[in-house]
Ligand binder design. Structure first.
Ligand code: HEM
Length: 202
C-alpha cells in the first residue's frame, strides 16, 4: 500500500540526504522528537482534560449531553492547561520586548501557558468557555514557522478519546484507593503523570 504522508522508523533509516544516510545522532534526535512531540504531549493533554472534567462535573455533564462541544472543550483545555508550558528561543539581534532590553544571544523562555491566560486576550481567562470565538487563538501549539506539525492529529486523537470515554462510561471518578495525581516534575511539560480512575460501563 502506498502511503501519501507520514514517516516510520524504516523511512528514517532508509532516508538519504544528498546521497548520505542520517547519522546515528540525527536518527536518535528525531526518534526522541517523535516520542515526546507525538506521544507525550497528547497523552498529557488527554489526561489534563479528564482532570478538568473531574474537577468541574458541570462541564462533564454539558459535554456528555452534547458531544459537538468536545472540540471546543479540547481548544479550551489546550489553552488553560498548555501541555507544553513554553520553549526556548535565542535572540538573534538586540531588541526590546515590552520595554525590556533583550541583547543578541539572550536565551528566552517563551511561556505559552502565560500568554494563554493573558487577561488582555481572554475574558475571565481561568474559566473554560465554549464561546470564545471573538478572542485570540491560543498558543498551545506555538506560533510561526515552527507551529506544531501534529496539531490536527493531536486534536483528533483527544476528541476521539474524549468521545469514547464519555459515551462508553458513566460515573467517571478518581479511584479513592488510587494514588493522588502527581504533577510531572517539569517546567516544560505540564500535566499529571498518572490518573487512577474508576467508572461504570455505559
Ligand atoms: C497536545 C499535543 C501537542 C502540543 C501541546 C504540541 C506543542 C507543540 C509546540 C508548542 C510546538 C512548537 C515548537 C517550537 O515553536 O519550537 C510543536 C512543534 C512540533 N510538534 Fe507538536 N504538540 C502536540 C502534539 C504533536 C503531535 C501529535 C505531533 C506529531 C505526531 C507533533 C509534532 C510536532 C513537530 C514535528 C513539531 C516541530 C515543528 C517545526 O519545528 O517545524 N506535535 N508542538
Amino acid at each position: 500500500m502506498r502511503r501519501s504522508i507520514g514517516s516510520s522508523i524504516s523511512d528514517l533509516v532508509h532516508a538519504r540526504v544528498d546521497g548520505e544516510s542520517l547519522s546515528q545522532d540525527e536518527l536518535l534526535t528525531m526518534l526522541t522528537q517523535f516520542l515526546i512531540a507525538g506521544n507525550e504531549t497528547t497523552t498529557t493533554h488527554i489526561t489534563a482534560t479528564v482532570m478538568l472534567l473531574l474537577e468541574q462535573p458541570q462541564l462533564m455533564a454539558q459535554v456528555r449531553a452534547d458531544l459537538s462541544l468536545a472540540p471546543k472543550l479540547i481548544e479550551e483545555s489546550l489553552r488553560v492547561e498548555s501541555p507544553i508550558t513554553g520553549l526556548y528561543r535565542t535572540a538573534l539581534v538586540d531588541t526590546e520586548i515590552a520595554g525590556v532590553a533583550v541583547p543578541a544571544g539572550a536565551h528566552l523562555l517563551l511561556c505559552y501557558s502565560s500568554g494563554n491566560r493573558d487577561p488582555e486576550q481572554y475574558a475571565d481567562p481561568e474559566t473554560i468557555k465554549f464561546d470564545r470565538s471573538g478572542e485570540g487563538a491560543h498558543l498551545a501549539f506555538g506560533q510561526g514557522p515552527h507551529f506544531c506539525l501534529g496539531s490536527n492529529l493531536s486534536k483528533a486523537e483527544s476528541r476521539i478519546a474524549l468521545e469514547a470515554l464519555l459515551t462508553r462510561t458513566t460515573n467517571l471518578r478518581l479511584d479513592p484507593a488510587g494514588r493522588t495525581p502527581e504533577r510531572i516534575p517539569s517546567y516544560i511539560l505540564r500535566g499529571v503523570s498518572r490518573l487512577d480512575l474508576l467508572f461504570d460501563r455505559a
